[in-house]
Design a protein around this ligand. Structure first.
Ligand SMILES: Nc1ncnc2c1ncn2[C@@H]1O[C@H](COP(=O)(O)OP(=O)(O)OP(=O)(O)O)[C@@H](O)[C@H]1O
Length: 333
């Protein structure tokens, strides 16, 4: 079954053109000139019920604009979309009963109230039956382990505690589809991991369709089976995450922080790695997992030198986009 379908979905913003300096500001105030700014163009997308899809792209690619159209917040300039059989911008209220949305940068919880009060409020907004709500909130409070801070004002919660409450709140009305915009932004590794487990669990138990944007390749790899990459408002790649992992996410960045006594050490060539940069005692290496393993790189170094720290990161989204363009023989700019 299809949960979401778009045809040629496009959005162009009308923005005021402002001349340089004070005189330019005056001129645009008295005689404004407008220009069209395309943010999203020609998005054709089908998402099946129960699928977990990552919607990726660098800053300004058009992800939030697309999500805003799919949740009915924005009207498109042209094109069509159906989410759970409804046209979001025409049937926004009806749709709201069946979808949930979490924006990592914006809270839906009342800042000065404890999460339990927002949960109650949400239950009334969605007109949940009292006994259903009691059972549902208990289940989510247990799953997300919210007991210890359920009665603490949101402003006093850590980011990780708040995000667990945010996601639990978005599941209260049993949405069939969940939009997650950067759900793990700014969280530490342990909390990220727990949040991913919980989303996976709810997708498995309740068949919730998940549409996720993230700059964190870990969210994509661990949650989604399919990735749609957009750039300059259009779809650049729509592929299984397994393929993305094999072809594109197979590169990791390994940062070695040398101990004081080894400052100035120059790294010998190691197969499957390239030295990206040296910054003080930090050496940043690009490791191609198709031809070597992290452990092989580390064992080539350990024993030779003393290390204070080691970090392993995914390449930034901009690098992934460049790589996709490279595979297609194009230019990322
Ligand atoms: N209300 C608006 N008026 C004018 N331009 C806008 C508006 N909202 C977004 N844009 C522009 O549309 C383009 C796409 O923005 P959008 O927020 O959808 O990108 P994004 O992929 O979500 O980026 P990020 O990862 O930085 O959140 C950008 O060039 C942005 O400046």
């Amino acid at each position: 079954m299809i949960a979401l379908q778009t045809r040629n979905l496009s959005k162009t913003f009308k923005v005021k053109r402002k001349g340089a300096g004070l005189s330019g500001s005056f001129r645009s105030l008295l005689k404004p000139e407008w220009e069209e700014k395309p943010a999203v163009h020609g998005i054709d997308l089908t998402v099946n019920t129960g699928e977990m899809v990552a919607f990726l792209g660098p800053n300004g690619a058009g992800k939030s604009t697309t999500i805003k159209m799919l949740t009915g917040i924005l009207h498109p300039s042209s094109g069509e979309a159906q989410v759970l059989g409804l046209t979001p911008w025409l049937e926004r209220t009806r749709l709201a009963y069946s979808i949930g949305a979490v924006f990592g940068q914006k809270s839906q919880l009342w800042y000065h109230l404890p999460p339990v009060d927002t949960f109650d409020l949400i239950s009334r907004i969605y007109e949940l039956n009292r006994s259903d709500y009691a059972a549902r909130s208990k289940d989510l409070i247990d799953r997300f382990e919210l007991g210890p801070y359920l009665h603490t004002p949101v402003r006093k919660l850590s980011l990780g505690e708040r995000m667990r409450c945010e996601i639990a709140a978005s599941f209260l009305h049993r949405p069939q589809m969940l939009f997650l915009d950067e759900p793990t932004i700014g969280l530490d590794v342990i909390v990220k991991q727990r949040i991913r487990e919980l989303i996976r669990e709810l997708n498995r138990d309740e068949g919730t369709t998940v549409f996720l944007t993230s700059h964190d390749a870990g969210d994509v790899e661990e949650l989604c089976s399919r990735a749609v990459v957009i750039h300059h408002g259009g779809i650049l790649l729509d592929a299984p995450v397994q393929r993305l992992k094999r072809e594109i996410l197979s590169r990791k960045t390994l940062t070695l922080t040398l101990s004081e006594s080894n400052a100035g050490y120059s790294l010998p060539p190691i197969a499957g790695t390239e030295l990206i940069e040296t910054e003080g005692r930090k050496l940043r290496l690009g490791v191609d997992l198709k031809s070597t393993g992290i452990e092989a790189v580390l064992s080539a170094v350990i024993g030779q030198i003393r290390l204070d720290d080691v970090t392993i990161e995914d390449p930034p989204m901009e690098e992934i986009i460049k790589h996709i363009y490279g595979l297609r023989g194009g230019n990322a700019t």
